[in-house]
Write a protein that binds this ligand. Structure first.
Ligand code: ADP
Length: 504
């Protein structure tokens, strides 16, 4: 078979993206671009070819110390004196700059992560801009309450009580590689609008778009130290940030396993913690669905969007018995037709996975599924490519105890299982340690709402999947996390409520 990728991805991107890649990739600390204190750098790979495309400063504990000190100074500097309106305008401008640089940001994202360029252009980058625009509006709307109080032990005394919403302080944010730019925005947007200062640690696999975002943040007018960006490894830079005694909050998106490490690291100074972790989200298709073809396409998109590298991926397909074969065959047909290739190649529908490690991990799950007796209706094979490609895979004949059914795979692999009725399927849907997302496909509106009530997950999509919006909160029940991203719920998690009580 001919190779999926025959030329370097760099030949397919614009001159501005190539120019950005050529520049030294330094850390953003205190408004300046600086090398790591150790002088070390690490390589960033093109996942379609495994070629090195950039070298990036390898920050560690020493750089984190400098960044935290800078954010601490910035927290009581000019940033704290700005009016909410001034703060909001800077965040709005950042959203505008993201749109102005849409093509270049999309190219960097596609090169670095491997996702199709078209997806980065219509989803990742516009959603990033929209998040900043949405959050910018909140800067002027962070109101407290006035509270009528009674104080029974002080008869006759009069008081005036109210609440303020103060920023938490210096915030560490650690993000993953699946939506590098968008995850940075989900974290930075609410933290800035509420007046905090930030140290952002991008994933070591995909640091490029966060560095470009750092440049845009300075251009938008963020004062030095309000946003520091420290690239480096999780075990060094990330760990130093999570355990730092002068960091007031840590916000993390990534695996449940590392989430638990973050919680332990944060215990030293009891910093606030929010976590957006893994999932094993069910896509539940009832036989009374309005249109089977739409449901089949929806179920396929639920798992194959972003190569299954979505925490909300519909990785468990539960289908009512009478239509099980039709739906699973349909999803398998779609899987077989998906065109694999380099993200920056215009014809590509699914790119490579992000890294060699992820390819090997996902391939390990597939091998395990086959050995345990599951049937691969599509995929199931490995590809002999230089890049990190895995074929979209659909498993049937699974059993609940199989690893592929229980654990998050984070790749284009779905396990399908038939069900008999609403009660039974909801038990199966909820029989997981995770609770991030889900979708229900039916035209019976009562059944849809009953299922939505029973589902133990932070998001229930009805007749759709993977619909995200800056205004809609996202986060997990159970081991899928603590707290919510986006919506006004996110603002609660970046503010302290202060009660003020005045004797009149
Ligand atoms: P994945 O396993 O999917 O690569 P991770 O949860 O390991 O995802 O990574 C998500 C983010 O967490 C990355 O920015 C990574 O560098 C960081 N990270 C990994 N290990 C640690 C750690 N021990 N402490 C802090 N951050 C970490």
């Amino acid at each position: 078979m001919a190779s999926l990728v025959t030329e370097s991805s760099l030949t397919k991107v614009s001159a501005s993206a190539r120019d950005f890649l050529k520049k030294p990739k330094q850390l953003l600390i205190d408004g300046c671009w600086v090398s790591a204190a150790s002088g070390k750098t690490f390589n960033v790979f093109d996942p379609a070819t495994s070629d090195t495309i950039a070298q990036v400063a390898e920050g560690d504990a020493e750089d984190i110390n400098l960044a935290v000190a800078s954010s601490r100074r910035a927290f009581s500097g000019p940033w704290s004196q700005m009016t909410p309106s001034e703060r909001g305008k800077i965040i709005w401008k950042l959203g505008d700059l993201v749109l102005e640089n849409l093509d270049e940001l999309a190219e960097l994202e596609s090169l670095d992560n491997g996702k199709p360029l078209a997806v980065a252009k219509i989803a990742d980058v516009p959603l990033t801009a929209d998040l900043f625009h949405y959050m910018a509006g909140w800067a002027t709307k962070l109101e407290g309450n006035t509270i009528p109080i009674s104080v029974p032990y002080a008869p006759g005394a009069k008081f005036f009580a109210y609440t303020r919403r103060d920023p938490i302080g210096v915030v560490g944010q650690i993000i993953p590689w699946n939506f590098p730019l968008l995850m940075a925005a989900w974290k930075i947007g609410p933290a800035l609008t509420t007046g905090n200062t930030i140290i952002l640690k991008p994933a070591e696999q995909t640091p490029l778009s966060a560095l470009r975002l750092g440049e845009l943040a300075l251009e938008a007018g963020l004062p030095p130290g309000v946003l520091n960006v420290v690239t480096g490894y999780g075990e060094t830079a990330g760990s130093a940030l999570a355990s730092h005694d002068d960091v007031d909050k840590i916000a993390f998106t990534g695996s449940t396993e590392v989430g638990k490490i973050i919680v332990r690291a944060a215990a030293g100074n009891l910093k606030k913690v929010t976590l957006e972790l893994g999932g094993k989200s069910p896509t539940v298709v009832f036989k009374d669905v309005a249109d089977i073809d739409t449901a089949v396409q929806g179920a396929a998109n639920a798992i194959f969007f972003n190569h299954g590298q979505c925490c909300a991926a519909g990785s468990r397909l539960l289908v009512e018995k009478d239509i099980f074969d039709e739906v699973t065959q349909g999803v398998a047909e779609i899987a077989n037709k998906i065109k694999l290739g380099a993200g920056v190649d215009g014809a590509t529908e699914m790119g490579p996975l992000v890294s060699e490690e992820q390819r090997d991990r996902v391939s390990g799950f597939i091998k395990d599924g086959l050995e345990a007796g599951a049937t691969a209706l599509a995929g199931g094979n490995s590809l002999d490519e230089k890049g990190y490609f895995v074929p979209p895979t659909v498993f049937t004949n699974t059993r609940p105890e199989m690893k592929i059914v229980r654990e998050e795979i984070f790749g284009p692999v779905v396990v399908a299982e038939p069900f008999d009725d609403l009660e039974g399927v909801m038990k199966v849907a909820n029989s997981t340690d995770f609770g991030l997302a889900s979708s229900i496909w039916t035209r019976d509106i009562s059944k849809a709402h009953r299922a939505a009530e029973i589902m133990r997950a932070g998001t229930v999509w009805i007749n759709c999947h993977n619909v995200f919006d800056a205004a809609m909160p996202f986060g997990g029940y159970k081991q899928s996390g603590w707290g919510r991203e986006m919506g006004h719920e996110a603002l609660e998690l970046y503010t302290e409520t202060k009660a003020v009580c005045v004797a009149l």
